[in-house]
Design a protein around this ligand. Sequence first.
Ligand SMILES: Cc1ncc(COP(=O)(O)O)c(C=O)c1O
Length: 381
Amino acid sequence: MKPRKLVMIPGPTPVVRSIQNQMGRETVAFGDLGFINDYKELLKDMKELWKTEGEVFVIAGTGTMAMEMGIANTLKSGDNLLIVSNGFFGDRFIDLAERKGINVDVISSEWGKIVPIEDIEAKLNEKKYDGITVTHVDTSTGVCAPIKEIGEMLKKFPETIYIVDGVCATAAEPEYVDDMNIDILITGSQKAFGVAPGLAIVWAGSKAMEKRKELGRIPEYYIDFDKWLPIMQDPSKYFATPAVNMIWALKESVRIIKEEGIENRYERHSKNAKAMQAALEAMGFTLLADKDHRAVTLSNVLYMEGVNDLEFRKILGEEGVVVAGGLAAYAGKMFRLGHMGNIDIHDMVSTIASIERALYRSGIEVELGKGVGTLMAELLK
Ligand SMILES: Cc1ncc(COP(=O)(O)O)c(C=O)c1O
Protein backbone atom coordinates (compact mmCIF):
# COMPACT_ATOMS: atom_id res chain seq x y z
CA MET A 1 0.00 0.00 0.00
CA LYS A 2 1.31 3.43 -0.89
CA PRO A 3 1.57 5.99 1.95
CA ARG A 4 -0.44 9.23 1.81
CA LYS A 5 1.56 12.02 0.23
CA LEU A 6 2.23 15.06 2.36
CA VAL A 7 2.83 18.09 0.15
CA MET A 8 5.61 19.85 2.06
CA ILE A 9 6.79 22.13 -0.75
CA PRO A 10 6.88 25.88 0.00
CA GLY A 11 3.41 26.36 -1.49
CA PRO A 12 0.87 25.17 -2.18
CA THR A 13 0.78 23.89 1.38
CA PRO A 14 -1.56 21.27 2.89
CA VAL A 15 -5.20 22.40 2.71
CA VAL A 16 -7.22 21.33 5.77
CA ARG A 17 -10.65 19.72 5.40
CA SER A 18 -12.70 22.74 6.53
CA ILE A 19 -11.03 24.88 3.83
CA GLN A 20 -11.48 22.15 1.21
CA ASN A 21 -15.16 22.07 2.14
CA GLN A 22 -15.51 25.74 1.25
CA MET A 23 -13.95 25.09 -2.15
CA GLY A 24 -16.32 22.15 -2.64
CA ARG A 25 -19.50 24.12 -1.87
CA GLU A 26 -22.07 24.68 -4.56
CA THR A 27 -21.13 27.94 -6.21
CA VAL A 28 -23.65 30.75 -5.84
CA ALA A 29 -24.27 33.87 -7.90
CA PHE A 30 -21.79 36.61 -7.02
CA GLY A 31 -24.83 38.77 -6.30
CA ASP A 32 -26.00 36.31 -3.63
CA LEU A 33 -26.58 38.27 -0.43
CA GLY A 34 -24.88 35.63 1.72
CA PHE A 35 -21.78 35.69 -0.46
CA ILE A 36 -21.66 39.50 -0.55
CA ASN A 37 -21.75 39.51 3.23
CA ASP A 38 -18.99 36.87 3.44
CA TYR A 39 -16.77 38.86 1.05
CA LYS A 40 -17.37 42.05 3.07
CA GLU A 41 -16.49 40.37 6.36
CA LEU A 42 -13.36 38.82 4.86
CA LEU A 43 -12.11 42.21 3.64
CA LYS A 44 -12.81 43.81 7.03
CA ASP A 45 -10.88 41.06 8.82
CA MET A 46 -7.97 41.31 6.38
CA LYS A 47 -7.62 45.04 7.09
CA GLU A 48 -7.91 44.56 10.84
CA LEU A 49 -5.49 41.63 11.14
CA TRP A 50 -2.82 43.23 8.96
CA LYS A 51 -3.58 46.58 10.57
CA THR A 52 -4.13 49.16 7.91
CA GLU A 53 -6.38 52.16 7.64
CA GLY A 54 -5.87 51.83 3.89
CA GLU A 55 -7.38 49.27 1.52
CA VAL A 56 -7.13 45.58 0.75
CA PHE A 57 -7.74 43.94 -2.62
CA VAL A 58 -8.57 40.23 -2.82
CA ILE A 59 -8.96 39.11 -6.42
CA ALA A 60 -8.41 36.07 -8.64
CA GLY A 61 -4.75 35.71 -9.59
CA THR A 62 -1.41 34.57 -8.21
CA GLY A 63 1.40 36.14 -6.20
CA THR A 64 3.11 37.32 -9.38
CA MET A 65 -0.03 39.18 -10.38
CA ALA A 66 -0.10 40.77 -6.93
CA MET A 67 3.53 41.90 -7.49
CA GLU A 68 2.50 43.44 -10.80
CA MET A 69 -0.54 45.07 -9.21
CA GLY A 70 1.60 46.67 -6.50
CA ILE A 71 4.01 48.12 -9.05
CA ALA A 72 1.39 49.18 -11.63
CA ASN A 73 -0.61 51.22 -9.14
CA THR A 74 2.23 53.14 -7.53
CA LEU A 75 4.92 53.61 -10.20
CA LYS A 76 5.01 54.79 -13.78
CA SER A 77 7.36 54.70 -16.73
CA GLY A 78 10.47 56.79 -16.00
CA ASP A 79 10.25 56.38 -12.21
CA ASN A 80 13.23 55.07 -10.24
CA LEU A 81 12.85 51.78 -8.38
CA LEU A 82 15.33 50.19 -5.99
CA ILE A 83 15.01 46.42 -5.88
CA VAL A 84 16.41 44.76 -2.78
CA SER A 85 16.95 41.17 -3.82
CA ASN A 86 17.76 38.23 -1.59
CA GLY A 87 17.25 35.71 -4.39
CA PHE A 88 15.15 34.44 -7.29
CA PHE A 89 11.88 36.15 -6.32
CA GLY A 90 13.54 39.45 -5.53
CA ASP A 91 14.99 39.34 -9.04
CA ARG A 92 11.51 38.73 -10.47
CA PHE A 93 10.72 42.42 -9.88
CA ILE A 94 13.49 43.42 -12.34
CA ASP A 95 11.86 42.20 -15.56
CA LEU A 96 8.43 43.05 -14.24
CA ALA A 97 9.36 46.70 -13.61
CA GLU A 98 11.62 47.14 -16.65
CA ARG A 99 8.74 46.10 -18.93
CA LYS A 100 6.85 49.14 -17.64
CA GLY A 101 9.75 51.43 -18.52
CA ILE A 102 10.70 51.92 -14.87
CA ASN A 103 14.41 52.61 -14.19
CA VAL A 104 15.65 49.81 -12.03
CA ASP A 105 18.64 49.58 -9.68
CA VAL A 106 19.25 46.30 -7.90
CA ILE A 107 21.03 45.70 -4.64
CA SER A 108 21.52 41.97 -4.11
CA SER A 109 22.79 39.74 -1.36
CA GLU A 110 24.76 36.56 -1.70
CA TRP A 111 22.21 33.70 -1.55
CA GLY A 112 21.60 32.76 2.08
CA LYS A 113 22.37 36.25 3.39
CA ILE A 114 20.40 39.50 3.59
CA VAL A 115 21.24 42.89 2.13
CA PRO A 116 22.38 44.95 5.16
CA ILE A 117 20.10 47.91 5.99
CA GLU A 118 23.09 50.31 5.92
CA ASP A 119 23.70 49.34 2.28
CA ILE A 120 20.05 49.98 1.41
CA GLU A 121 20.15 53.36 3.14
CA ALA A 122 23.39 54.30 1.36
CA LYS A 123 21.80 53.44 -1.99
CA LEU A 124 18.70 55.51 -1.18
CA ASN A 125 20.96 58.48 -0.43
CA GLU A 126 22.51 58.29 -3.92
CA LYS A 127 19.37 59.46 -5.76
CA LYS A 128 15.64 59.90 -5.38
CA TYR A 129 13.81 56.58 -5.59
CA ASP A 130 10.07 56.56 -6.17
CA GLY A 131 9.79 53.00 -4.92
CA ILE A 132 11.63 50.17 -3.22
CA THR A 133 10.79 46.46 -3.25
CA VAL A 134 11.80 44.01 -0.55
CA THR A 135 10.96 40.30 -0.56
CA HIS A 136 10.05 39.41 3.02
CA VAL A 137 10.97 35.73 2.64
CA ASP A 138 12.71 34.74 -0.56
CA THR A 139 11.57 31.18 -1.22
CA SER A 140 14.71 30.43 -3.20
CA THR A 141 16.99 30.99 -0.20
CA GLY A 142 14.88 30.67 2.94
CA VAL A 143 16.10 34.07 4.08
CA CYS A 144 13.86 36.51 5.94
CA ALA A 145 14.47 40.23 5.39
CA PRO A 146 14.12 42.64 8.35
CA ILE A 147 11.10 44.42 6.91
CA LYS A 148 10.19 46.17 10.16
CA GLU A 149 13.64 47.75 10.50
CA ILE A 150 13.72 48.66 6.80
CA GLY A 151 10.31 50.33 7.23
CA GLU A 152 11.66 52.32 10.18
CA MET A 153 14.70 53.44 8.17
CA LEU A 154 12.44 54.41 5.26
CA LYS A 155 10.81 57.10 7.42
CA LYS A 156 13.83 59.19 6.33
CA PHE A 157 12.65 58.78 2.71
CA PRO A 158 8.95 59.68 2.81
CA GLU A 159 8.66 60.00 -0.98
CA THR A 160 9.65 56.38 -1.56
CA ILE A 161 6.84 53.81 -1.80
CA TYR A 162 7.71 50.71 0.25
CA ILE A 163 6.54 47.52 -1.50
CA VAL A 164 6.87 44.25 0.42
CA ASP A 165 6.48 40.85 -1.23
CA GLY A 166 4.91 38.72 1.47
CA VAL A 167 4.03 35.76 -0.74
CA CYS A 168 6.09 33.33 1.37
CA ALA A 169 5.63 35.18 4.67
CA THR A 170 2.15 36.60 5.18
CA ALA A 171 0.13 34.81 7.89
CA ALA A 172 3.34 33.30 9.33
CA GLU A 173 5.80 36.19 9.83
CA PRO A 174 4.54 39.34 11.61
CA GLU A 175 3.45 42.01 9.13
CA TYR A 176 1.61 45.14 10.25
CA VAL A 177 1.10 47.37 7.27
CA ASP A 178 0.73 50.84 8.83
CA ASP A 179 2.91 50.28 11.92
CA MET A 180 5.78 48.94 9.80
CA ASN A 181 5.49 51.88 7.39
CA ILE A 182 4.65 49.48 4.54
CA ASP A 183 2.82 51.10 1.63
CA ILE A 184 2.07 47.95 -0.38
CA LEU A 185 2.02 44.40 0.94
CA ILE A 186 1.35 41.62 -1.53
CA THR A 187 0.71 37.92 -1.12
CA GLY A 188 -1.11 34.87 -2.46
CA SER A 189 -3.52 32.32 -0.98
CA GLN A 190 -1.44 29.15 -1.36
CA LYS A 191 1.29 29.48 1.25
CA ALA A 192 0.86 30.37 4.92
CA PHE A 193 -2.91 30.87 4.51
CA GLY A 194 -3.13 27.18 3.63
CA VAL A 195 -5.62 27.78 0.82
CA ALA A 196 -5.26 26.41 -2.72
CA PRO A 197 -3.56 28.67 -5.30
CA GLY A 198 -5.81 31.20 -7.01
CA LEU A 199 -6.10 34.44 -5.02
CA ALA A 200 -3.89 37.50 -5.17
CA ILE A 201 -4.01 39.77 -2.12
CA VAL A 202 -2.72 43.34 -1.99
CA TRP A 203 -2.88 45.73 0.96
CA ALA A 204 -2.38 49.40 0.10
CA GLY A 205 -1.77 51.99 2.80
CA SER A 206 -3.02 55.56 2.49
CA LYS A 207 0.23 56.82 0.90
CA ALA A 208 -0.04 54.15 -1.82
CA MET A 209 -3.67 55.07 -2.45
CA GLU A 210 -2.66 58.75 -2.78
CA LYS A 211 0.06 57.69 -5.23
CA ARG A 212 -2.54 55.77 -7.27
CA LYS A 213 -4.62 58.96 -7.50
CA GLU A 214 -1.62 61.00 -8.72
CA LEU A 215 -0.98 58.50 -11.54
CA GLY A 216 -4.33 59.17 -13.24
CA ARG A 217 -5.23 56.64 -15.94
CA ILE A 218 -2.76 53.72 -15.88
CA PRO A 219 -2.07 51.35 -18.82
CA GLU A 220 -3.15 48.22 -16.92
CA TYR A 221 -6.81 47.25 -16.83
CA TYR A 222 -7.62 44.13 -14.73
CA ILE A 223 -5.16 45.03 -11.97
CA ASP A 224 -6.06 48.72 -11.70
CA PHE A 225 -6.92 49.67 -8.10
CA ASP A 226 -9.48 52.13 -9.48
CA LYS A 227 -11.42 49.30 -11.13
CA TRP A 228 -11.50 47.20 -7.96
CA LEU A 229 -11.84 49.81 -5.22
CA PRO A 230 -15.63 50.22 -5.64
CA ILE A 231 -15.99 46.43 -5.32
CA MET A 232 -13.74 46.18 -2.27
CA GLN A 233 -15.77 48.94 -0.63
CA ASP A 234 -19.08 47.37 -1.68
CA PRO A 235 -18.84 43.74 -2.88
CA SER A 236 -22.39 43.85 -4.27
CA LYS A 237 -20.92 45.81 -7.21
CA TYR A 238 -19.40 44.12 -10.27
CA PHE A 239 -16.16 44.68 -12.14
CA ALA A 240 -14.95 41.13 -12.94
CA THR A 241 -16.35 37.86 -11.61
CA PRO A 242 -15.09 37.20 -8.09
CA ALA A 243 -13.63 33.73 -7.37
CA VAL A 244 -16.61 32.83 -5.16
CA ASN A 245 -15.36 29.52 -3.72
CA MET A 246 -11.81 30.75 -3.24
CA ILE A 247 -13.08 33.75 -1.31
CA TRP A 248 -15.02 31.40 0.96
CA ALA A 249 -11.89 29.27 1.34
CA LEU A 250 -9.80 32.31 2.35
CA LYS A 251 -12.55 33.37 4.74
CA GLU A 252 -12.31 29.95 6.42
CA SER A 253 -8.53 30.32 6.61
CA VAL A 254 -8.96 33.71 8.30
CA ARG A 255 -11.50 32.18 10.69
CA ILE A 256 -8.85 29.58 11.64
CA ILE A 257 -6.27 32.38 12.07
CA LYS A 258 -8.61 34.33 14.34
CA GLU A 259 -9.45 31.22 16.36
CA GLU A 260 -5.74 30.53 16.88
CA GLY A 261 -4.92 34.20 17.43
CA ILE A 262 -2.61 35.81 14.87
CA GLU A 263 0.16 36.43 17.43
CA ASN A 264 -0.04 32.78 18.54
CA ARG A 265 0.17 31.77 14.89
CA TYR A 266 3.36 33.79 14.45
CA GLU A 267 4.81 32.22 17.59
CA ARG A 268 3.83 28.72 16.49
CA HIS A 269 5.58 29.22 13.16
CA SER A 270 8.72 30.43 14.89
CA LYS A 271 8.79 27.49 17.30
CA ASN A 272 8.00 24.91 14.59
CA ALA A 273 10.68 26.33 12.30
CA LYS A 274 13.35 26.19 15.01
CA ALA A 275 12.41 22.57 15.75
CA MET A 276 12.35 21.52 12.08
CA GLN A 277 15.66 23.25 11.43
CA ALA A 278 17.31 21.68 14.49
CA ALA A 279 16.06 18.26 13.35
CA LEU A 280 17.44 18.75 9.84
CA GLU A 281 20.82 19.80 11.24
CA ALA A 282 20.81 16.82 13.65
CA MET A 283 20.48 14.55 10.60
CA GLY A 284 23.62 16.10 9.12
CA PHE A 285 22.17 18.62 6.68
CA THR A 286 23.34 22.22 6.34
CA LEU A 287 20.86 25.06 5.89
CA LEU A 288 21.48 27.71 3.27
CA ALA A 289 20.14 30.67 5.24
CA ASP A 290 22.29 32.41 7.85
CA LYS A 291 21.10 31.45 11.32
CA ASP A 292 20.13 35.04 12.21
CA HIS A 293 17.92 35.49 9.16
CA ARG A 294 16.16 32.17 8.75
CA ALA A 295 12.56 32.15 7.60
CA VAL A 296 9.90 30.46 9.68
CA THR A 297 7.99 29.33 6.61
CA LEU A 298 10.49 27.05 4.91
CA SER A 299 13.99 25.58 5.09
CA ASN A 300 16.42 25.42 2.22
CA VAL A 301 18.39 22.28 2.91
CA LEU A 302 21.81 21.59 1.36
CA TYR A 303 22.61 17.93 0.68
CA MET A 304 25.57 16.21 2.27
CA GLU A 305 28.14 14.48 0.05
CA GLY A 306 26.81 11.47 -1.83
CA VAL A 307 23.14 12.40 -2.23
CA ASN A 308 21.66 12.63 -5.70
CA ASP A 309 18.86 15.21 -5.66
CA LEU A 310 16.42 13.58 -8.09
CA GLU A 311 16.97 10.13 -6.64
CA PHE A 312 16.55 11.42 -3.07
CA ARG A 313 13.35 13.31 -3.84
CA LYS A 314 11.98 10.25 -5.67
CA ILE A 315 12.66 8.04 -2.65
CA LEU A 316 11.24 10.68 -0.30
CA GLY A 317 8.11 10.76 -2.45
CA GLU A 318 7.82 7.00 -2.06
CA GLU A 319 8.16 7.51 1.70
CA GLY A 320 5.20 9.90 1.57
CA VAL A 321 6.62 13.43 1.45
CA VAL A 322 6.93 15.81 -1.50
CA VAL A 323 9.56 18.56 -1.30
CA ALA A 324 10.74 21.05 -3.92
CA GLY A 325 14.13 21.24 -5.64
CA GLY A 326 16.62 24.08 -5.40
CA LEU A 327 16.46 27.01 -7.82
CA ALA A 328 19.07 28.50 -10.16
CA ALA A 329 22.65 27.71 -9.02
CA TYR A 330 21.26 25.53 -6.22
CA ALA A 331 19.33 23.19 -8.53
CA GLY A 332 20.50 19.65 -7.68
CA LYS A 333 22.28 20.85 -4.54
CA MET A 334 19.41 21.31 -2.12
CA PHE A 335 15.77 20.68 -1.44
CA ARG A 336 13.22 23.16 -0.18
CA LEU A 337 10.93 22.11 2.63
CA GLY A 338 7.83 24.13 3.50
CA HIS A 339 6.64 24.17 7.12
CA MET A 340 3.97 26.82 7.13
CA GLY A 341 0.23 27.29 7.27
CA ASN A 342 -2.12 24.84 8.87
CA ILE A 343 0.28 21.95 9.40
CA ASP A 344 0.37 20.16 12.76
CA ILE A 345 2.74 18.02 14.82
CA HIS A 346 1.72 14.86 12.93
CA ASP A 347 2.76 16.44 9.64
CA MET A 348 6.10 17.53 11.08
CA VAL A 349 6.98 14.23 12.77
CA SER A 350 6.01 12.29 9.64
CA THR A 351 8.05 14.63 7.45
CA ILE A 352 11.22 14.34 9.51
CA ALA A 353 10.78 10.55 9.87
CA SER A 354 10.29 10.22 6.10
CA ILE A 355 13.44 12.26 5.46
CA GLU A 356 15.36 9.91 7.79
CA ARG A 357 14.06 6.87 5.91
CA ALA A 358 14.90 8.46 2.56
CA LEU A 359 18.45 9.23 3.72
CA TYR A 360 18.84 5.66 4.99
CA ARG A 361 17.59 4.28 1.67
CA SER A 362 19.97 6.62 -0.17
CA GLY A 363 22.90 4.92 1.57
CA ILE A 364 23.71 7.83 3.91
CA GLU A 365 24.77 6.97 7.41
CA VAL A 366 21.97 8.29 9.58
CA GLU A 367 20.98 7.40 13.11
CA LEU A 368 17.31 6.57 12.77
CA GLY A 369 15.26 8.59 15.25
CA LYS A 370 17.87 11.33 15.68
CA GLY A 371 15.91 13.87 13.64
CA VAL A 372 12.55 12.92 15.12
CA GLY A 373 14.00 12.95 18.64
CA THR A 374 15.50 16.40 18.14
CA LEU A 375 12.25 17.70 16.67
CA MET A 376 10.19 16.49 19.59
CA ALA A 377 12.67 17.68 22.22
CA GLU A 378 12.57 21.16 20.63
CA LEU A 379 8.78 21.19 20.38
CA LEU A 380 8.39 20.17 24.01
CA LYS A 381 10.67 22.98 25.26
C1 LIG B 1 8.51 35.18 -2.46
C2 LIG B 1 7.65 34.88 -3.65
N1 LIG B 1 7.21 35.90 -4.41
C3 LIG B 1 6.45 35.68 -5.48
C4 LIG B 1 6.08 34.41 -5.85
C5 LIG B 1 5.23 34.20 -7.05
O1 LIG B 1 3.96 33.76 -6.66
P1 LIG B 1 3.05 32.91 -7.65
O2 LIG B 1 3.78 31.66 -7.98
O3 LIG B 1 1.80 32.67 -6.83
O4 LIG B 1 2.78 33.74 -8.84
C6 LIG B 1 6.52 33.32 -5.11
C7 LIG B 1 6.17 31.95 -5.48
O5 LIG B 1 6.61 30.98 -4.92
C8 LIG B 1 7.32 33.57 -3.98
O6 LIG B 1 7.76 32.56 -3.22
